[in-house]
Design a protein around this ligand. Structure first.
Ligand SMILES: [Zn+2]
Length: 349
């Protein structure tokens, strides 16, 4: 299947009432792990690259690797998404390269650290939406500021400092016309999300429910949604690692989100943990080995296992064959003629 629009993928997820995992990649093995998991579970999928990934691997490598994935797995709907674009120029360059979806994170200024004003966020996001939709490309925006730092991107802090205001979310969706809306509900990037097991009050699920009530048709996005499972932490520490005790976002909370408008769930840390644990185990148990394939193969398998599990938990498993890809040119026409209008449906409080 050619690369598909993320908008199509999320519209289908809304129809089917499931969420779609968006998994970050930096190299070939991670892309292979995701595609094998998608094949194994028959899942549509979003592969995303952050600015950090683009800097690490170089854009063109990532683009062609993901393109190869779409050729090798024609049965899998696959969207290629830019994670946390920091400026109009970053998003434009991704679109020109061939990404089918971009995130404009205007919640932060272009330095990727300083919180931006609401007006600044609206202005830059709208600029990206206008450019992207003309070309049939999906846009994710963000309102409220996530906690933590990953790949040098983030405001830091606990994630509870700039939780999304539901009224602002409505205004933002109306003014920008984004296809998907990332909201801040207390989650943060990286492995150290919570220092104790989070309950419903730590994670602001009530905010998510309030936003979904006001914007019942808007595709919501949960960032920083790794669960940081203890067994993956344990493997790393068992084989010489030194991770501090930490908790992620419980899968049940993500599933509650999916029942309430969450269509895209970003997962990165869990895969990083799985890879590192597998590599540590091989090197610890067989220190005489030096062929990278001896540890990259188990690393790839460990990541595949995590991704396949998440695909099942998010409900996207079994849905790869539900639809045919609509061409990006057709999607562009849809934005133009209003059939893919992004004017949000707004309900009363
Ligand atoms: Zn994020």
């Amino acid at each position: 299947m050619p690369l598909v629009s993320m908008r199509q993928l999320l519209d289908e997820a809304a129809k089917g009432g499931y969420g779609v995992g968006a998994f970050n990649v930096n190299d070939m093995e991670q892309i292979q792990a995701i595609m094998e998991a998608a094949k194994q579970t028959n899942s549509p999928v979003i592969i995303q690259a952050s600015r950090g990934a683009r800097a690490y691997a170089q854009d063109r490598y990532l683009y062609h690797l993901i393109l190869a994935a779409s050729e090798l797995y024609p049965e899998i709907p696959l969207a290629m998404h830019l994670d946390h674009g920091n400026s109009f120029e970053t998003c434009k360059s991704a679109i020109e390269l061939g990404f089918t979806s971009v995130m404009m994170d205007g919640s932060l200024k272009a330095d990727g650290k300083t919180p931006a004003s609401f007006e600044e966020n609206v202005a830059v996001t709208k600029q990206v939406v206008d450019f992207a939709h003309e070309r049939g490309i999906t846009v994710e925006g963000e309102i409220g500021v996530l906690g933590g730092v990953e790949d040098g991107h983030g405001a830091g802090g606990s994630g509870l400092e700039h939780v999304t205001d539901p009224d602002q979310a409505v205004e933002f969706a109306e003014k920008t016309g984004v296809d998907a809306l990332a909201i801040a509900i207390g989650t943060s990037h990286g492995a150290y999300k919570f220092s104790k097991k989070p309950d419903g009050s730590v994670l602001k699920m009530d905010i998510l429910l309030a936003i979904h009530k006001r914007l019942p048709k808007t595709h919501l996005v949960m960032h920083g949604s790794s669960s940081v499972p203890k067994d993956l932490q344990d493997i790393i520490n068992q084989y010489g690692g030194k991770l501090k005790e930490t908790w992620g976002v419980p899968v049940e909370e993500i599933q509650l989100g999916i029942r309430n408008g969450v269509r895209k769930v970003n997962v990165d840390t869990d895969n990083r943990l799985a890879i590192t644990g597998a590599i540590r185990k091989v090197l610890w148990e067989t220190p005489e080995k030096f062929d990278p394939r001896d540890y990259l193969k188990p690393a790839r398998e460990a990541m595949q296992k995590v991704v396949a599990l998440r695909m099942t938990q998010f409900g996207q498993a079994g849905h790869a064959g539900d639809y045919q890809a609509v061409s990006i040119a057709e999607i562009a026409k849809g934005y133009k003629n209003g059939s893919l209008s992004t004017k949000p449906l707004v309900a009363d409080k």
